[in-house]
Design a protein around this ligand. Structure first.
Ligand SMILES: Nc1ncnc2c1ncn2[C@@H]1O[C@H](COP(=O)(O)OP(=O)(O)OP(=O)(O)O)[C@@H](O)[C@H]1O
Length: 311
C-alpha cells in the first residue's frame, strides 16, 4: 500500500506562462525509499512541500496528493496540522533554520507533545546522540548533530512518511554519509516511507529503492534505482548521469548538459528537454511525449534509449 500518492499534480504560479508542476505522478510505498532528482528549478521542492499542503502564495493546483489515504489538498487547516503532527514530517537542508536557537533541544523535541519525554530520550539515542544534548542549545551542536536532532524531531509523531529535502547538502562529506546511513536505519527500524529530494544522483543511487527524474515540472523517467542508473532510457537521465562525477572510477566531472532548462515565462509545445536533447526530432518540439511503461519503469520520451545505456 502507498503512504503517498501524487496524482497528476499541476500547479500554476502567478506570472508564469505554463504550469510550474505539470502532471506529476509519484508514489511512495510503506517503508519504501524514493528519490526525486533533478536540476535546480525543476520543481522538486514545490512537489515535496505540496505533500505537506504547503503551497506558495497565489498558487492554484489541480490533481491530488494523498497521504495515508487522506486528500491533503482538500483538508481543513486543523486536519492538516494533525496530519503534519502525526503522519508526515519533513527535514530540510539547513537544520538551523528549523529550530529556535533560544530553546534547549529537549524542549524543542517535546514541544506540543505533552508526556513525550521518554520518547524524546529514546529517539535521541536512536539517532546516535548522547542524552546530554537534550539539555543543550542549538549553537552548542555541529550541523551534523543538529540534523540528527531534526530527524529525531521528525520521528516524534511516529510518521508514516518522512520528506527529506536535500537533508545532507549543507554537511561535509563524512557527515553526509552518516546521515544517509541513519536515514536507512530509520526506515528499517520504524518502517517509515522516505521521499528523498536531491540534485545528487550518486546519493539517490545510494539510498533509494526507486527514483523519479524530474525536468521542468514533469517526470521524465522513473524506475527502480538499480535499473535507472545503469540503463537510463530518457536522454535527460543519461545526460545527468554523464554529468555526474563517478566516485568508483574517480572520474572528474566530464560534462555538463549544454543549454538551460526552459524559462517559466515560455510555453512548452513539445517535450521540455527537446532543445537540449541529442535525440530530438521535429516531433519532439511539437508533441509532448506521453509516459510509457517499460518493465518496472516509466519514461516520457518519443525516442527513448532502447534497452537503456549509460552515456
Ligand atoms: N513562490 C514562488 N513564486 C514563484 N516562483 C516560484 C516560487 N517557488 C518556486 N518557484 C519557481 O518554481 C520552479 C521550481 O522550484 P523548486 O524550488 O520546486 O525547484 P527545485 O527543483 O526544488 O530546485 P532547487 O534544487 O534549486 O531547490 C523554479 O523555477 C522556481 O523559481
Amino acid at each position: 500500500m502507498s503512504v503517498l500518492r501524487v496524482n497528476g499534480l499541476r500547479m500554476w504560479l502567478p506570472g508564469t506562462a505554463r504550469p510550474v508542476l505539470d502532471g506529476v505522478e509519484l508514489s511512495v510505498g510503506e517503508g519504501e525509499t524514493v528519490a526525486l532528482v533533478g536540476e535546480s528549478g525543476s520543481g522538486k521542492s514545490l512537489t515535496s512541500r505540496a505533500v505537506l499542503g504547503l503551497l506558495p502564495d497565489g498558487a492554484s493546483v489541480e490533481g491530488g496528493v494523498e497521504v495515508a489515504g487522506q486528500d491533503v489538498l482538500a483538508l481543513a487547516p486543523s486536519r492538516l496540522r494533525e496530519l503534519r503532527r502525526r503522519t508526515v514530517a519533513m527535514i530540510f537542508q539547513d537544520p538551523r533554520a528549523g529550530i529556535n536557537p533560544l530553546r534547549r533541544i529537549g524542549d524543542f523535541l517535546v514541544e506540543g507533545r505533552p508526556g513525550s519525554q521518554d520518547r524524546a530520550r529514546e529517539l535521541v539515542a536512536a539517532v546516535g546522540l548522547e542524552a546530554r544534548v537534550l539539555r543543550q542549545y542549538p549553537h552548542q551542536l555541529s550541523g551534523g548533530m543538529l540534523q540528527r536532532v531534526m530527524i529525531a524531531g521528525a520521528l516524534m509523531g511516529d510518521p508514516k512518511l518522512l520528506l527529506c529535502d536535500e537533508p545532507t547538502t549543507a554537511l561535509d562529506v563524512t557527515t553526509q554519509a552518516e546521515i544517509v546511513a541513519l536515514l536507512a536505519e530509520v526506515r528499517r527500524r520504524y518502517g517509515t516511507g522516505l521521499l528523498f529530494v536531491t540534485h545528487d544522483l550518486e546519493l539517490a543511487a545510494a539510498i533509494a529503492d526507486r527514483v523519479y527524474v524530474m525536468y521542468a515540472g514533469r517526470i521524465a523517467e522513473s524506475g527502480p534505482a538499480a535499473t535507472l542508473f545503469t540503463r537510463p532510457r530518457h536522454p535527460y537521465t543519461a545526460a545527468l548521469l554523464a554529468a555526474t562525477p563517478r566516485v568508483e572510477t574517480r572520474q572528474a566531472r566530464l560534462a555538463t548538459i549544454p543549454g538551460q532548462p526552459p524559462d517559466l515565462r515560455t510555453e512548452l509545445t513539445g517535450c521540455a528537454f527537446a532543445p537540449r536533447c541529442p535525440r530530438a526530432t521535429p516531433q519532439c518540439h511539437d508533441d509532448p511525449p506521453e509516459p510509457l511503461v517499460y518493465g518496472e519503469g516509466i519514461v516520457a520520451c518519443h525516442h527513448s534509449i532502447p534497452g537503456g545505456e549509460r552515456a
